[in-house]
Design a protein around this ligand. Sequence first.
Ligand SMILES: [Zn+2]
Length: 139
Amino acid sequence: MVVLAGIYVLMPLFKEPKGNLDVDLLAETELDRLLDRKAVVYSNLKDLEFEYQMGRLSESDFQQLQAGYKNDAAAILQSLDELDASENLDEMIEKDIASSKAKRYASSPKPARDSSRCPSCGAEVVSGKKYCADCGHRL
Ligand SMILES: [Zn+2]
């Protein structure tokens, strides 16, 4: 009974549709998250400059806050670069895989003419030979 009551109390937390939706949206991609953060920092910087121009901030406050936001922006840009680099790496790996596949497909289906196979037993036959070395089949 206590367990049931506990589940009953906890259920609404797991069923909360809005909360789950937010989590899904936030978890979309690392790139989106970083771009969102960058947009926030940039708008903070604009707001800060506006506040300063309106005379609501002292110059030292402005410079201190601006330095902080610029640090944030730099960190975000660096993360974006790293993300970019890792995406390019994935791309490179995929291209490598694709090209090695292409090589394999290019070399395997058409055997070179000077190493044909015996139509009888399938053994490799050197060109110019009239009989298969394995089974003696006439080539
Ligand atoms: Zn043969």
